[in-house]
Design a protein around this ligand. Structure first.
Ligand SMILES: C[S@@+](CC[C@H](N)C(=O)[O-])C[C@H]1O[C@@H](n2cnc3c(N)ncnc32)[C@H](O)[C@@H]1O
Length: 346
């Protein structure tokens, strides 16, 4: 009897207490808030902003302009098919490219742009925009692109043979949402960093992207291999596995786009691979994360998007205008409740 009481007090009580706290916490939040991860939404840091930087003569980048566009001194948003638009751009006119194309998995971007009959049809289309991107990229420029994990190997082989792969990056994130019970969760997306050739120079501002080195910063270890012994460095250049939270509804940066990429991810890419005043292109702009972050960090931006709704989002998000053709572009957040970001096995 006495033994049972000890067991329940010492072992069971703390467990029951933790469950009770968790349940009451859940009651304060909606179910969606809980699934989206409460903690991750409360730690937004102030964002770096550069306001004074060289302006861009956008007209000098194009041979012709048979598409709808709007721009200010630092940003141009274009409505159109990126392959057609890039064909009108001069070669070697862009310093850095981030291309986050539809992944070939049937995502709803409001325009059937992510529907392909076969993997071959999808990858053949990708090769077209990759080649066009590489044509407009400067000889010392860098391009990053993303696609689905299952499609990246085909494109990796293509660009490794034709151009040069600088780095294979994995963007990983945690998810407390619906997870498979029959397979490991799908919690990463590949990013390929490429340039024109292995002999080409490229920008890599390693000092601008340093992250904490736990050995020095947290564990405060001393490196006794050095004479005299010295504390380990507190900062380091990030590795190729990047852990950034996905964009949550409660975050200021949230936009109504099903595959919006986090500003922190673009910030690392833009700081590392471009300089102040450079021109950055995103051919699949979506919610225009790349342009918004580029402008915030003192880079000029060109963003192309097929969907007129997202194009208008870009006009607002890059600060070009607050209304377009008499329509207010004020931000109204809507939850992506039916936008499963990953295929989940039952
Ligand atoms: C994966 S999303 C990009 C998301 C973006 N990185 C963001 O942070 O919001 C791909 C976008 O490409 C657009 N798109 C699809 N085909 C296109 C094309 N041929 N030219 C331009 N945009 C296209 C889609 O409408 C969609 O918004």
């Amino acid at each position: 009897m006495c033994f049972c009481a000890i067991i329940s007090n010492v072992l069971l009580y703390p467990i029951l207490e933790r469950i009770a706290i968790k349940v009451s916490k859940m009651e304060q939040l909606s179910l969606l808030d809980y699934i989206e991860g409460e903690e991750e939404t409360t730690t937004e840091k102030p964002k770096e902003i550069i306001t004074e930087y060289p302006i861009c003569d956008f007209d000098s980048i194009f041979n012709s302009k048979s598409f709808e566009e709007t721009h200010n001194q630092h940003s141009m948003t274009i409505l159109g098919n990126c392959i057609e638009v890039m064909k009108q751009m001069k070669e070697k006119s862009i310093n850095m490219i981030f291309a986050d194309a539809p992944y070939g998995i049937g995502k709803d971007f409001g325009n059937d742009s992510d529907k392909w009959e076969t993997v071959e049809a999808y990858t053949n289309w990708c090769k077209q925009w990759i080649d066009e991107c590489m044509r407009v990229l400067t000889d010392d420029g860098t391009m990053y692109f993303m696609t689905a994990t299952q499609h990246m190997p085909y494109l990796d082989i293509y660009v490794a043979e034709k151009y040069n792969v600088l780095c294979r990056i994995v963007w990983t994130y945690d998810s407390s949402g619906v997870q498979s019970k029959k397979m490991y969760g799908s919690l990463y997306e590949p990013i390929l960093m490429i340039n024109k050739s292995s002999k080409a120079k490229y920008t890599f501002n390693h000092k601008d992207i340093l992250v904490e080195a736990k050995t020095g910063a947290k564990r405060k270890l001393i490196d006794y291999r050095k004479n005299p012994p010295q504390p380990y460095s507190t900062e380091k250049v990030p590795g190729n596995v990047w852990d950034f939270s996905r964009v949550r509804f409660k975050m200021d940066e949230y936009e109504n786009h099903p595959t919006q990429k986090p500003e922190a991810l673009l910030e690392r890419i833009i700081k590392a691979s471009s300089n102040i005043g450079d021109v950055i292109l995103d051919p699949f702009s979506g919610s225009f994360t790349t342009s918004a972050v580029a402008n915030r960090l003192g880079r000029n931006a060109i963003g192309i998007e097929l969907n007129p709704e997202y194009f208008e989002m870009g006009i607002r998000r890059t600060g070009i205008a607050t209304e377009y053709k008499g329509k207010s572009l004020a931000k109204e957040k809507v939850r992506k409740t039916n936008a499963k970001s990953k295929y989940v096995r039952d």
